[in-house]
Design a protein around this ligand. Structure first.
Ligand code: BGC
Length: 509
């Protein structure tokens, strides 16, 4: 429906479509399957290259790669036995100890940029310290040294402020108070953290992500119950969190813009700010079943578009019914809109939705394990790099440049990563030839890490980590070597295309 509206506007005025002309109800355009033959068409393109300005990167999150983040809500979550195999993040790759060597590895790959997050509870372990902005000196020294090392090696940092974890003084499971994302002061607290970070690190950082995956963190905490505070199907809390996070992003955006006026890399841009949105291509489990189509549209909207509507247009659909109702919803709220400088897209592939009529999610995601004949990663997710095109089409009306801020796969055997890298980067180069504006790609992830409630079983790293050895040795995987070749040529060379095939998955427990 929205596509028709845009077409009509362009025919009459030939102006850039206004993404705020109406709510993005159900995604635009809505496709029900990954087009057959698209990947082959992409790989047949004679030249698939990237301009010098394109940012090749890798991404991590502090809690997943560092040790000693004991003042975070996830440390308490671990104590409650909520992690598969009772794994604990402290047994992870110890990036905080080995960051200098890890930056060397990044340089070896030829990376232009590195997305990392800073751990709020590590920097400010108590509420009193945060109120007084008395930062923990060791934590500050570590992040400062990491940023310095990156800059000295010509690798531009992109920094996330809130990547799933909160300080334990803001959320302390099993206690229900303080209530984390539901705390009315969450937006102001995040803004204060943003202001501090912008002032402290802005001389080295120009790219900021306020919040990683707003809908994902709220769904994990209030619908699926796999993240703290662990509530199941609490739709009212999910709606409250949606609104609070929308304001959290906007307030943090304003704070960063005010605090960081320094252009760290001399490219004329001092501060570029986004949140990271996780948009899969949600498909109906059965394309012929109306309720599955409705479910896929619902979950696409709620998980991938609502926060963009808030940050770009100032629209908050408070009851998530995909309509803007005067008197209840926030429409064109000037304190929210116009606060996105680029779209940070976390993209992993396709998933399938069924049509369980449950408010407000209306479709509970049914991951693709049973629905697909496609190759899968070790978590059962489809491998479908070309489905990125449909997601980019859906995001295009917002009219913003896109950075793929996460993309990767759990592949302990490293028997799918090489082809996945080739096909994904080929798809991005092809998308740019066909009217899209993707300016960077950050592979998830640099090192095998702590995969939240799944613990250490899923292996996402370009570098394998031996967790049984006290020195946590890293070993380069073939997927990393493929990435290195693509970066060196700034192109997906013909000889790489079709060179690899997908092996079998070793599905994690
Ligand atoms: C998250 C990462 C996570 C990755 C793989 C993303 O949604 O931002 O923290 O490790 O997915 O599951």
């Amino acid at each position: 429906m929205r596509l028709l509206v845009f077409a009509a506007i362009c025919v009459s005025a030939c102006a850039t479509p206004d993404p705020c002309a109406e709510l993005t109800p159900n995604g635009n355009p809505f496709v029900t399957e990954v087009p057959d033959g698209l990947m082959a068409q992409i790989l047949a393109e004679p030249t698939l290259s990237f301009p010098p300005s394109f940012a090749f990167g890798a991404a991590t999150a502090s809690y997943q790669v560092e040790s000693g983040n004991d003042a975070s809500d996830w440390a308490l979550w671990e104590d409650l036995g909520r992690i598969s195999g009772d794994d604990v993040a402290n047994d992870g790759p110890a990036h905080d100890r080995y960051f200098a060597e890890d930056v060397e590895r990044m340089r070896g790959l030829g990376l232009d940029s590195y997305r990392l997050s800073i751990e709020w509870g590590r920097l400010f372990p108590t509420r009193a310290q945060f109120d007084a902005l008395e930062v923990d000196p060791l934590a500050l020294a570590y992040y400062s040294a990491l940023l310095d090392t990156l800059v000295a090696n010509g690798i531009k940092p992109m920094v996330t402020l809130h990547h799933f974890t909160l300080p334990a003084w803001l959320q302390a499971p099993p206690a229900v108070s303080p209530a984390g994302l539901l705390e009315p002061e969450y937006p102001a607290l995040l803004a204060k953290f943003a202001e501090w970070a912008g002032a402290e690190f802005g001389d080295r950082v120009d790219y900021w992500i306020t919040i990683n995956e707003p809908s994902g963190v709220a769904a994990g905490g209030f619908i699926e119950g796999s993240f703290p505070p662990g509530r199941l199907l609490d739709f009212d809390a999910f709606k409250l969190a949606y609104e609070n996070i929308a304001y959290g992003h906007a307030r943090a955006y304003d704070a960063l813009r005010a605090a960081d006026t320094r252009d760290a890399d001399g490219d004329g841009l001092a501060t570029q700010i986004s949140f990271a949105t996780h948009n899969r291509l949600w498909l109906p489990l059965e394309a012929s079943r109306e309720e599955d189509v409705r479910g896929a549209k619902r979950v696409r909207y709620i998980s991938g578009l609502t926060h963009l509507d808030a940050a770009v247009c100032g629209n908050v659909d408070r009851n998530l019914d995909a309509r803007l109702d005067a008197g209840r919803d926030r429409i064109g709220d000037a304190s929210l809109k116009g606060r996105l400088d680029f779209i940070a897209l976390n993209f992993y592939g396709t998933s399938y939705a069924s049509g369980l009529d449950l408010e407000p999610y209306l479709a509970l995601p049914v991951l693709s394990n049973s629905a697909t004949t496609r190759p899968r990663n070790d978590m059962g997710w489809d491998l479908a790099p070309e489905s990125l095109i449909a997601v980019l089409d859906e995001l295009k009306p917002y009219g913003l440049p896109i950075y793929v801020t996460e993309n990767g796969l759990a592949d302990a055997a490293d028997n799918r990563r090489p082809k996945f890298m080739v096909d994904t980067l080929a798809t991005i180069a092809w998308a740019n030839k066909n009217g899209h504006d993707v300016r960077g790609y950050y592979h998830w992830t640099l090192l095998d890490n702590f995969e939240w409630a799944h613990g250490f079983c899923p292996r996402f790293g370009l570098f394998e980590v031996d967790f049984s050895d006290a020195t946590r040795p890293r070993r380069e995987r073939e997927g990393a070597r493929v990435y290195k070749q693509i970066i060196a040529k700034r192109a997906v060379a013909p000889e790489l295309r079709g060179k690899y095939s997908y092996g079998d998955a070793v599905i994690c427990r």
